[in-house]
Design a protein around this ligand. Structure first.
Ligand SMILES: NC(=O)c1ccc[n+]([C@@H]2O[C@H](COP(=O)([O-])OP(=O)(O)OC[C@H]3O[C@@H](n4cnc5c(N)ncnc54)[C@H](OP(=O)(O)O)[C@@H]3O)[C@@H](O)[C@H]2O)c1
Length: 226
């Protein structure tokens, strides 16, 4: 069976990804920064291996990649993310913005750089960056949420760059908007439950071909303007 590595796997969309892939027999490397608290992941049936990983810690990312280096990896899902400060214009917390960029933008590229060797050994060679419609410059008509919006817009640029660098090697790299989802980040008022988002994204991921390299998808498979 194929293998997937998922960051931020202890709750929200990450946990639902783990549940869904494990239920279908995939080998799942589930990464969480507080693996001791990741009881829900550990309780899942299937071929699930938990790893302690804060995606902003470059040494730990490199160390995990080294320890798994001989394994083929079919799919990397850069899911871990934070919203950052919701401060309005004039009240920007610049340290918080830097942290948000570190988690949402720098870490996915770091993961790609460190795990590319494993992905080269895999059959699917796919990288999925969980972005957001809030990072779409074309869809933005309001202000605010500078940290989150800019981090996801920059993540989309990382997706495009990776698609150009890795496409010639047979990779498919895409960004996803998972929908507005009922998680800790999305809140209870969000449009859809996490299982609906995951079913949608998994269907699109399963159908990806190299023709899709460098695209930005909604969870329902429609494309989103950058
Ligand atoms: N929910 C939505 O409506 C929505 C919409 C658009 C995009 N997204 C994106 O979807 C992804 C998942 O979001 P979610 O709704 O599932 O959010 P969530 O419920 O808040 O979960 C976020 C996950 O990211 C992890 N994380 C944060 N910082 C990390 C770090 N430095 N290292 C490792 N893991 C870290 C968290 O771990 P801890 O438990 O340790 O904090 C948690 O597992 C995010 O990239 C988010 O931006 C969500």
């Amino acid at each position: 069976m194929p293998t997937v590595l998922i960051t931020g796997a202890n709750r929200g969309l990450g946990l639902e990804f783990v549940r869904s892939f494990a239920a279908e027999g995939w080998r799942v490397h589930a990464c969480a920064r507080n693996v001791e608290k990741a009881k829900s992941v550990k309780a899942l049936e299937g071929d699930v291996v938990c790893h302690k990983l804060d995606v902003t810690n470059g040494l730990k990312v490199a160390s995990l990649a080294r320890s798994l280096a001989e394994e083929p990896l079919d799919l990397l899902i850069n899911n871990a993310g934070i919203y950052g400060s919701r401060a309005d214009f004039g009240e920007t917390d610049f340290d918080d913005w830097a942290t948000t960029l570190s988690v949402n933008t720098l870490a996915p590229l770091r993961m790609a750089e460190r795990f590319v060797g494993m992905l080269e050994k895999g059959e699917r060679k796919t990288i999925v960056n969980i972005s957001s419609r809030m990072g779409s410059i074309a869809s933005t008509g309001t202000g605010g949420s500078y940290a989150y919006r800019s981090s996801k817009a920059a993540l989309n640029m990382v997706t495009k760059g990776l698609s150009a660098d890795l496409g010639p090697k047979g990779f498919t790299v895409v960004s996803f908007h998972p929908g507005w989802v009922q998680t800790d980040m999305g809140g209870e008022e969000a449009d859809i439950p996490s299982d609906e988002s995951i079913v949608g994204m998994r269907k699109v991921i399963a159908g990806l071909t190299t023709e899709d390299n460098g695209k930005f998808f909604n969870y329902d498979g429609s494309e989103i303007d950058w």
